[in-house]
Design a protein around this ligand. Structure first.
Ligand code: C2E
Ligand code: CA
Ligand code: CA
Ligand code: CA
Length: 275
């Protein structure tokens, strides 16, 4: 047994061992966070070309046991790997639908749309459509106010299943947005066969478009293509007036980014009534 033990660990350097342990710790902290209701959603406004808020994107927030915020870019990939993204994603969707129901119940916020990020593994889970449908029912929302943001990673994993699933979701009445557009393997031609309502221009192109010719060219091409496919297009990561104006000149009419508002707690939301 001793020898087995030594053999088992022979290939792990102390660094790797530490990484494995950190991984396991984060995983059990995520489980605890879900049980203790330690996740929050923040909401970032999306606006039209007149600056009117049309809705927002829900973004998960987690404060670890010491109270330190852990960025989603650190724990979402791990949650995808471990499968914890399934219960976490269900929580996000439930919470987002509750908020949307609240918006839809008041005249001033009735038409706001809420976008929710769905990771590839969550999207491809066999029960995803069933559970999404149950969540919509339970919250009583008009599903037209809900928009699911997918990334191309879902298509890479399983193109056929992805398309079938998108059709099922469309039949539930929700909108579908293709997030981080331009960063993946997007053969632009496949888009016309997919039931998306919206393309989201990735923030890296918006960030660089005024200083880098190829980023500008990509943004221009995405907007032109979305117009010819009659897809709505929204730019994310808009931080300056100059970026906003350049996007508008190219024909983009919807924006999201720090220029219009950071992700915020719901009681900071413009015009929010105390709940
Ligand atoms: P994403 O879906 O591309 O979300 C946009 C990210 O850009 C958010 O980071 C947002 O805070 C940030 N952002 C917004 N405006 C600006 C801007 O003007 N400038 C810059 N530099 N950044 C801006 P965040 O909240 O840290 O989320 C990172 C990623 O984590 C998200 O990227 C998404 O992939 C994932 N994520 C967040 N919440 C969820 C969730 O509930 N479920 C899933 N599956 N993934 C989530
Ligand atoms: Ca997103
Ligand atoms: Ca994005
Ligand atoms: Ca992103």
């Amino acid at each position: 047994a001793k020898r087995d033990g030594r053999n088992t660990y022979r290939f792990f350097s102390p660094d790797m061992q530490a990484a494995v342990e950190a991984h396991a710790r984060l995983d059990s902290e995520l489980r605890a966070a879900l049980e203790n209701n330690a996740f929050r959603l923040h909401y970032q406004p999306q606006v039209d070309s007149r600056g009117q808020v049309t809705g927002g994107e829900a973004l998960i927030r987690w404060f670890d046991p010491s109270g330190k915020p852990v960025p989603p870019s650190e724990f979402i990939p791990l949650a995808e790997e471990s499968g914890m993204i399934i219960p976490i994603g269900q929580w996000v969707l439930r919470r987002a639908c509750e908020q949307l129901a609240h918006w839809q119940s008041a005249p001033k916020t009735r038409t706001l749309k809420l976008a929710v990020n769905i990771s590839a593994r969550q999207f491809l889970h066999p029960k995803f459509v069933l559970e999404t449908s149950a969540t919509i029912e339970a919250s009583g929302i008009d599903p037209a106010g809900l928009k699911l943001e997918l990334t191309e990673s879902a298509f890479l994993r399983d193109p056929e299943k992805t398309v079938a699933r998108m059709d099922e979701l469309r039949r539930l009445g929700v909108g579908l947005s293709l997030d981080d557009f331009g960063t993946g393997y997007s053969s632009l031609s496949y888009l016309k066969h997919l039931p998306f309502d919206q393309l989201k221009i990735d923030q890296s192109f918006v960030r660089d478009m005024l200083t880098d010719h190829s980023s500008m060219a990509i943004v221009r091409a995405i907007i032109a293509m979305s117009q010819s496919l009659e897809l709505e297009v929204i730019a994310e990561g808009v931080e300056t007036e100059a970026q906003r104006n350049a996007l508008e000149t190219l024909g983009c009419r919807f924006y999201q980014g720090y220029l219009f508002g950071h992700p915020m707690d719901i009681d900071q939301w413009p015009g929010a009534e105390p709940t």
